[in-house]
Each structure stands twice: as C-alpha cells, then as structure tokens.
Design a protein around this ligand. Structure first.
Ligand code: HAM
Length: 438
C-alpha cells in the first residue's frame, strides 16, 4: 500500500474540528486588530528564500525542498511565509495604497527536518505580518495578541521569551566582540559553527549541538551592545507588556533561526511536547523589504506552529488535571466546537416510501441550515437508533410508512426523550419552529 512520505501526515476528520476552531479563533482575533487575510503560493523561486532567510541558516543550507522544474527554474516549497508575504507586498505595491498593512495567512510550510513529536516536514503556520510601523507599540501588541490567543484557547503554561538583536548601527560592534569570543572557543565548536563563524557569527548562537551550547553559554549578549535607539525601543516594548500584564522573560540567547531579524525577537515556548519547544516565534525585520527590492519599509510579524498548538490544546482537553473555572470553560467551549459536526437530526426512515421522503427532507433541512443525516439501507428501527446515537444526533425523526399515512411523524429529543409530532406537509418549517431556529 502507498503511504504518506516520512514527516508528512493526514489531519484526520476527528482532528479537523479542533484545527478549524483554532484557525477561526485566530482569524477573528486578528481581524479585530485590523488584519486582513492574504493567500500566497506554496512554491516560489528558491532565490526568494535564500536571500531573505539567509544562505547560512539551517533552513536554507539543509532543509528546503528545492528542485528544478521542467524548464530548469530552481523552485522551492515554501519553508515559511514571511518571505512570500514581503514579495507580495512589493510586487503589488501594497504600500502605495496604504502605508500600513496588516496581513495574515494560514497554510502549510515545508522543511526537511528530522521528524519527531511536534516536528513535521509538512507543517502548518498561522502567520501575521505588519508593514509600515516603526513604533515599539506594535512589537508589544503582537506579543499581546499571541498572549490573548493562547488565553482564549485555555492555555496557561506558556512562556514568552523576548530579546533584541539590535540594528545595522549597533550589530557590527556586537559581531566583532562575538567573533573574538568565538576565536577563543574554536576547539569546542562544531564544524557548522566553524564554517559559519566568519560569514555570520550570530548563527553560532542558534546552534543546537550540546558542546556548542556549553561553549557559548557565556557568549556576549546583543543586549549589552544596543545603540540608544534600540535600547529605548526594547525598554518601551518591555514596559508596555508589563503594564498590560503580559508575562515575559528576557532571553539573551534568543537569536532565532532566520537571518532577517533586527531589534525585537520573541518566541512562545512550551514544555508540553517533551523538550522545550516553540509554539510561535517572530520579530522585527526592518531591513528585509528593501533587501528584497522594495522601498525602505518597517516590518514585523510572527508565525504560530499550528500542529504544535493543536497538540497542546488537545492535551489540555484530554487532561484530567485539577482545573480552575476558567480552564473548565475553555475546555467546554472546545468540546462543543468539536462536537459541532454532529447532526441536529437523524431521520429514521422505515419503508421504501419513507426513504424517498427522508432523502427529500434531509436535503431541505440541510439547505435550511439544520444539520440532518439519514440512512438509505432499509435497516431496522433498533439499528438506526444505534446509528443516531453513534453520530451524537440531538433529535431523531421517525418516519415509518404508518407515521406518513397518519400524517404524524415523531421527533424525539435524544437527551430529554421528549417527543413532538410533525405533520408531513412542510416539515422544515415545523422543525425550525420546534428547534427554535426561526
Ligand atoms: P519559525 O520560528 O521558523 O519562524 O517558525 C514559527 C513556528 O513554526 C515555530 O515556533 C514552530 O511552532 C513552527 N514550526 C517550525 N518548524 C516546524 C516543524 N518542522 N514542524 C512543526 N512546526 C514547526 C518563522 O517561520 C518566521 N517566518 C516567523 C515570522 C513571521 N517572523 C516574522 N514574521
């Protein structure tokens, strides 16, 4: 049998209600904050990612799905969305119609990493990007939005880490000092770090090899080298977050795995998936738009890992831990969303005539917005009652040939066992009234 490729997977129907609930929660929240949706292609010219994410990053060096198309053009399945959103912003001169653009996009990304829990080769991201705002208030607001989203999803065990990487004014000084530090540690560094050291010393701070981590634990911090502009910017972000009651940890090791960042960077971390891993990450990229051929424009954004988020929300729903009232409410809310696919009514047709009517009514009720299912197999009342139970139907509508003849169908509430009679003429209207759907 042909199976999915390693690191790729199906999101099955039992899981999609949760995914949909998270996506709709995020898009509602984004829209409240003035974001509009953009949809971008899944494939781009390789050069777009190489130039924006950076030639010496893990993503570009070893994780991209890159191949020549039939004409020899070098194409890549997108490993992230920011580069494409920036490309779209420039290509469509979006800044000309409104100098501030707030955009979000949801979809699959591709990185050839080693698969493990919470890490896939096709994974999904919810992305938000803001163009044209220099103010640190927007940095704080994006972190606030993430915080609010996680709160709405009932998640509390998350840690926001923030850092500042400085700008083109102050970064060179820092890099010089880092390089001097690295020269002394050469013996302890992995081959990758040694190779990247001169080209892009900041990348060594992102190395996951334990020996490198150990060697770099006292590495100089960007935070000690910020120019006064970057310093003020970072202070404002922190003080605004504090005033809004958003907890955060200043983490001088947070350099992120992509090269385009300047000033504020942030990640939301969880331990719920085993070793500490990021559920979301982002930051400012004030130089990227110009770098990709656009006018000088401020940029900042984040991406949430939807696979990871869905996994921790599912864990929360399934956990039996002692919960406070708030956690119980979000759990109930999610269970409701996840069962929202159950039919309102299951029509039980008994006899040939009834099956034809059941088909007609099912169609009419579904069109009227009342979720209705039926069964065409001619099975017994007992077995169809079982089926209604399995589907978690709220009501059954029993339509035997006799009920049709007597013009009195039975609508039974599966929970309370209350029964109503419905005549055969215009059952949709009657059902709508009985279910309070008018
Ligand atoms: P990133 O940190 O590379 O940032 O990815 C963001 C999130 O995507 C991660 O925190 C993680 O939750 C999820 N993720 C990444 N790789 C995988 C994987 N292999 N399997 C499952 N989930 C994964 C970016 O992609 C930037 N474009 C974020 C950004 C937007 N910065 C500014 N704007």
């Amino acid at each position: 049998m042909i199976q999915t490729i390693r690191g790729f997977r199906d999101i099955l129907p039992e899981d999609t209600p949760l995914w949909q609930a998270i996506e709709s929660c995020a898009s509602k929240l984004f829209e409240n904050f003035g974001f509009k949706e953009i949809r971008i292609p899944i494939m781009e010219k390789t050069e777009l990612f190489a130039r924006s994410i950076g030639e010496t990053t893990d993503i570009v060096e070893k994780e991209m799905y890159t191949f020549p198309d039939r004409k020899g053009d070098k194409l890549t399945l997108r490993p992230e969305a920011t580069a494409s959103v920036v490309r779209a912003f420039i290509q469509h001169s979006m800044g000309a119609s409104d100098s501030v653009q707030k955009l979000y996009t949801i979809g699959p990304m591709f990185r050839r990493e080693r698969p493990q829990k919470g890490r896939y080769r096709q994974f999904y991201q919810i992305n938000a990007e803001v163009f044209g705002i220099a103010s640190p208030y927007i940095d704080a607001q994006l972190i606030l939005i993430l915080n609010e989203l996680f709160k709405r999803l009932g998640l509390s065990e998350l840690e926001a880490h923030i850092n500042s990487l400085g700008c083109k004014e102050c970064r060179p000084n820092f890099q010089k000092e880092l390089l001097t530090f690295l020269q002394d540690k050469k013996e302890q560094l992995c081959e990758n770090c040694l190779r990247r050291m001169d080209k892009n010393p900041l990348r060594t701070l992102d190395c996951k090899v334990p020996d490198c981590r150990e060697a770099l634990k006292d590495a100089p911090s960007t935070l000690n080298h910020l120019c006064s502009g970057c310093q003020d910017h970072f202070e404002t972000v922190k003080s605004v977050l504090t005033e809004q009651g958003v907890d955060f940890i200043v983490d001088k090791t947070l350099v992120r795995g992509l090269d385009y960042y300047s000033k504020t960077t942030f990640e939301i971390l969880t331990t719920a998936l085993g070793a500490q891993s990021a559920v979301a990450g982002g930051g400012r990229y004030d130089a990227l738009i110009k770098e990709l051929g656009g006018d000088e424009t401020y940029g900042i954004g984040f991406a949430i890992g939807l696979d990871r988020l869905a996994e921790i929300v599912a864990q929360m729903i399934n956990s039996n831990a002692q919960e406070d009232a708030k956690a119980q409410t979000s759990k109930a809310h999610f269970l409701e969303l996840m069962h929202s696919n159950s039919p309102d009514i299951f029509i039980i047709p008994l006899g040939d005539k009834a099956i034809r009517l059941a088909y007609m009514w099912t169609s009419a009720l579904n069109i009227a917005g009342i979720k209705t299912e039926t069964d065409y197999s001619g099975r017994s009342l007992k077995s169809l009652m079982k089926r209604a139970d399995k589907l978690n139907a709220q009501y059954v509508l029993i339509a035997g040939d006799k009920e049709i003849e007597d013009n009195a169908l039975v609508l039974r509430n599966m929970g309370t066992k209350e029964q109503y009679f419905v005549t055969t003429d215009n059952p949709v209207e009657q059902v709508e009234t009985l279910l309070n759907r008018v």
